[in-house]
Design a protein around this ligand. Structure first.
Ligand SMILES: Cc1cc2nc3c(=O)[nH]c(=O)nc-3n(C[C@H](O)[C@H](O)[C@H](O)COP(=O)(O)OP(=O)(O)OC[C@H]3O[C@@H](n4cnc5c(N)ncnc54)[C@H](O)[C@@H]3O)c2cc1C
Length: 469
C-alpha cells in the first residue's frame, strides 16, 4: 500500500503507534507508556516469533552496575572502541558513542523499571569483545527477554499489543509529516491516527529481492530470522525521502546445525573447536568472527561444514538452551576416537585425524596457525562434531536516524513524527558481514527503541502543555 495522503478519516487513534513487537517495538512502547502517553503496538504475525525472540538475548553494555559487581571497571569508550575496531571505523563515531552510553542506562532501566531478568555473562567473550559486557536472561534466550518485555507492556494500562495487525502503509499530511498508519487487521483495513509513529519492524532479511539487491552474497542462503521482516519500514522511509546508510551490512552466522536448523553457539569455536569441510580439512580462520566466517562456510562443498571439539567445550555449550535442543535431536555426535567421530559424521577419517593433529600442534605452540587463528586450544578425546551451514540472521543497514531515533532526511532534518530503530535504522556495523560485533543487533533494537519511545512521549506531552498555555 505504501504512502497515502491524510484525508482526515480515521478508524481510531493513539498517541503513539509502534509497528512491530520485537525488542525495539516493545522497548519503545514501555519507554513511551511510562512517560504517560497511550501506545498501540501493531504486530503483523498472529503468533509473533521475532528476531529478538529467536536471539540469544545478549545485550551489550559497559559500566553497568552488573559489570562492576563482577569486578570489572570499564569505561564506555572501550566498548565504543571495540565496535569501531570491528567495523573498521566505518560507523558514525558520535552515534556509536551515543548508543553505547545509552546501553548502560538501558540495561539498568530494563532490570529496575521494566522487570526484565538479566544476568551478567562473565564466562564467555564473544568475538571482538575485549571485555565481558553481555547481559542476558538466565536462559540466554531472546524468548525469555521478549516474554518479560511483553509482560511489562501487558501490565501497563496505557499500552496495548495487537497481533495479526500488519501495517501496510503510512499516512502523511501535505507537508510530508506522518499522521497515521494503515493497518490490515484480519479482513479489515483501518487507518489509525497517531501523533508519533515508530518503525520497529526490522530490516529486509526476509525479503529475497531486497537481499539480492543489497546483500547479494547472502542471496539464496538460509534465512534464520523472523518471516515478518520484509523491509517495508525501510521502503516507506525511502519513499518519504529519508536518508539510508549501510544497506549492504548484515549479520550472518557460520554455525547453524543442518538439517535441524538449530543455532550452535559460537562458544563451541571460540573456546577451542574448529571447522572442517567435507574433505576433513579446515578452510579458514574461524576466529575472524561468526558473521564473516559464514561466507567461508557457504563456499564449501554443499555449503556445509562440521564443528569439531571436545568434552570441555561441549560442557560449556550445554549452558545454552539451543545447544541442549541440538543434543536432544541427536544433531551432536560424540565419539571416543577421531576415527569413530569421522564414521559418525560420514567424513574421511585420515584427513580428519591429520587436521586434528595439525591443529593440536598449533595449540601446543609448535608452529603458527596457517589460517592466522590467534587462539587454538588442544582438543582431547572424547570428541564431538556437528554438521552446520552458514545463515543470514538479519540486516544492519537502513534509515538514518538522529540521537532521538527520529528518521532523518539527507540534509539532517527529521521527517515529522517518524522514528525508527532496530533493523529499520542504519546500524553501527559498517559494511558487509564483517563489521558486526556481537550484540550490535540488540544494541540498536533496544537502544533506539528506548530513545524513540522516550522522545515520542516527551514531545507529545510538551505539545499538549503548549496547547494548554
Ligand atoms: C538466531 C539469532 C540470534 C541472535 N542473537 C543475538 C544476540 O544474542 N544479541 C544481539 O544483540 N543480537 C542478536 N541477534 C540479532 C537481533 O535478534 C536483532 O538485531 C534484533 O532482534 C532486531 O530487533 P527488532 O526489534 O528490530 O526486530 P524483531 O525482533 O525481528 O521484531 C520485528 C517485528 O516486527 C514485525 N513486523 C514486521 N513488519 C511488520 C509490519 N508491516 N506490521 C506489523 N509488524 C511487522 C515482525 O513480525 C517482528 O515481530 C540474533 C539474531 C538471530 C536471528
Amino acid at each position: 500500500m505504501g504512502i497515502e495522503r491524510d484525508t482526515g478519516s480515521w478508524s481510531f487513534d493513539s498517541d503513539v503507534v509502534v509497528i512491530g513487537s520485537g525488542g525495539c517495538g516493545l522497548t519503545a512502547a514501555i519507554a513511551a507508556a511510562q512517560q504517560g502517553v497511550e501506545v498501540i503496538v501493531l504486530e503483523k504475525q498472529q503468533r509473533p516469533w521475532s528476531n529478538t525472540a529467536r536471539s540469544g538475548g545478549m545485550i551489550p553494555a559497559a559500566a553497568t552496575r552488573f559489570q562492576r559487581a563482577a569486578g570489572i571497571r570499564e569505561p564506555v569508550d572501550d566498548f565504543v572502541a571495540d565496535i569501531m575496531r570491528k567495523n573498521h571505523g566505518a560507523s558514525d563515531p558520535a552515534m556509536t558513542r551515543h548508543l553505547a552510553h545509552t546501553a548502560t542506562q538501558l540495561v539498568e532501566w530494563l532490570v529496575d523499571a521494566v522487570g526484565v531478568e538479566l544476568v551478567f555473562i562473565d564466562d564467555f567473550k564473544y568475538p571482538g569483545h575485549t571485555e565481558f559486557r553481555m547481559h542476558a536472561p538466565p536462559s540466554r534466550t531472546g524468548a525469555a527477554l521478549v516474554s518479560d518485555l511483553r509482560r511489562s507492556v501487558a501490565s501497563h494500562p496505557l499500552a496495548e499489543i495487537v497481533n495479526d495487525a500488519a501495517a501496510t502503509g503510512l499516512v502523511v499530511d501535505g507537508e510530508g509529516g506522518v499522521t497515521g498508519v494503515i493497518v490490515q487487521h484480519g479482513s479489515q483495513t483501518e487507518r489509525v491516527r497517531a501523533r508519533k509513529v515508530i518503525l520497529a519492524c526490522n530490516g529486509f532479511a526476509g525479503n529475497p529481492e531486497m537481499v539480492a539487491q543489497y546483500c547479494p552474497a547472502m542471496s539464496g542462503a538460509l534465512y534464520f530470522g523472523g518471516e515478518g521482516n520484509t523491509g517495508e519500514g525501510i521502503l516507506w522511509g525511502m519513499e518519504l525521502g529519508a536518508a539510508t546508510a549501510y544497506m549492504d551490512a548484515y549479520q550472518a552466522h557460520a554455525s547453524v546445525a543442518t538439517p535441524h536448523g538449530i543455532l550452535i553457539t559460537y562458544a563451541v569455536v571460540m573456546e577451542g573447536g574448529f571447522q572442517i569441510n567435507a574433505h576433513g580439512r579446515r578452510f579458514g580462520n574461524e576466529w575472524s568472527g561468526y558473521s564473516e566466517h559464514a561466507l567461508a562456510v557457504l563456499d564449501q562443498p554443499g555449503a556445509t561444514a562440521w564443528n569439531i571439539y571436545d568434552a570441555r567445550v561441549h560442557r560449556l555449550a550445554l549452558q545454552f538452551e539451543d545447544y541442549q535442543q541440538a543434543v536432544s535431536v541427536n544433531a551432536i555426535h560424540q565419539a571416543a576416537t577421531v576415527e569413530e567421530l569421522a564414521a559418525a559424521l560420514k567424513l574421511p577419517a585420515a584427513p580428519l585425524a591429520q587436521t586434528l593433529q595439525e591443529y593440536n600442534a598449533v595449540a601446543a605452540g609448535e608452529h603458527s596457525d596457517p589460517f592466522g587463528r590467534p587462539d587454538c586450544r588442544k582438543l582431547a578425546a572424547p570428541f564431538y562434531g556437528v554438521k552446520v551451514t552458514g545463515a543470514l540472521f538479519h540486516t544492519q543497514g537502513g534509515l538514518v536516524v538522529d540521537f532521538d531515533a527520529r528518521v532523518a532526511k539527507p540534509d539532517g532534518r527529521p521527517i515529522p513524527n517518524l522514528s525508527a530503530g532496530g533493523g529499520v535504522a542504519a546500524g553501527v556495523s559498517g559494511h558487509g558481514p564483517g563489521g558486526y560485533l556481537s550484540g550490535n543487533g540488540l544494541l540498536t533494537a533496544l537502544g533506539y527503541g528506548y530513545l524513540a519511545g522516550r522522545h515520542a512521549a516527551v514531545s507529545i506531552r510538551q505539545a499538549q502543555e503548549n496547547t494548554h498555555l
